[in-house]
Design a protein around this ligand. Sequence first.
Ligand code: URA
Length: 223
Amino acid sequence: MCSRRKADLMIEQGLVEVNGKIAELGSTIDEKKDIVKVEGKQISLPLSHVYIKLFKPKGYVCSAKDEKGRKTIYQLVDAGRRLFSVGRLDYDTEGLILLTDDGEFASKIAHPSGGIEKEYHVAVVGAMKESEFAVLRKGVVFENQRMPSARVKPISFDGKITKLSVIIDEGQNRQVRRMFEAIGREIKLLKRVRIGSVKLGGLKRGEFRALRSDELESLLRLI
Ligand code: URA
């Protein structure tokens, strides 16, 4: 209901009661059992968490503040409570990002060891060789480190640009860009289209909506 600082002030002013007694700074509560009143009114934790999917456009950072003053995804989403992103997308990457106030869910989905598939569409200039696919699938070596293997398949080639689907289980920093850098390919467009069972779907750039219950349930099943 307020910031930590404001809460401290209210406790010091004697406005907060726990089980009928004036609370003191530093005392702890069991939120399942204890009754907390502020100015005589009982308060409770929000009943449920918020889970949102957003089509992050290029040109936005996923941090709450940016030292370079760039736009952040939190300027696009106003859910009336503090949210954080489930993993991050680079400034130049667009596509699906999940936002929530459920920390446990976020770390399970985003953690590299979680094994949740992330699918990207990648556009590169020119035709890709079969040998390049093979290297990406096996796991490229980048700066003396073998990158995890990826499921990579072509989607289209229009004579100039090859569009590919790249599926990775881990989410290391700039993983897809580093994979393509390692084979000497410049990425023209990088877009995340799926996280686990949740697809970007019909969202437009900058649009967001709450996950449907079937989307949330299928993700919860994966973790
Ligand atoms: N891989 C990248 O290189 N960048 C992203 O934003 C996501 C995955």
